[in-house]
Design a protein around this ligand. Sequence first.
Ligand code: AMP
Length: 114
Amino acid sequence: MENCIFCKIIRGEIPSRKVFEDDRLLVIEDVSPQAPLHLLLLPKKHVVNCLDMTPGEDALAGYALRTGGAIAREKGYADTGFRIVQNNGAGAGQSVFHIHFHLLAGRPLAWPPG
Ligand code: AMP
């Protein structure tokens, strides 16, 4: 998408701190971290949020979760716990309308998240 900030990051037009990349997924550090580890798992395909998903994107979501888990384990948070969350709509805190998952770890994570 032309004016999507995450599409621009994926295309390399906006700089980011990259943690992982392959043909389906880009993982970057969040510019405004809410925990000692705060990464964004960005599917490269532009999908607005889960309301915009088609069955063709099911595997993408699973891949993002599995990759997030692998990164959390690699960074030492498998035992202490971590959270992967995804916001849908402004009322739920979505500010960038390109589907993404937040990976948070490194501090106590309260529930419910508020
Ligand atoms: P959400 O509010 O769920 O849509 O999450 C969007 C996230 O993107 C927020 O946590 C922002 O801090 C983060 N963000 C926005 N712009 C950038 C950027 N240029 N690089 C990295 N993270 C960003």
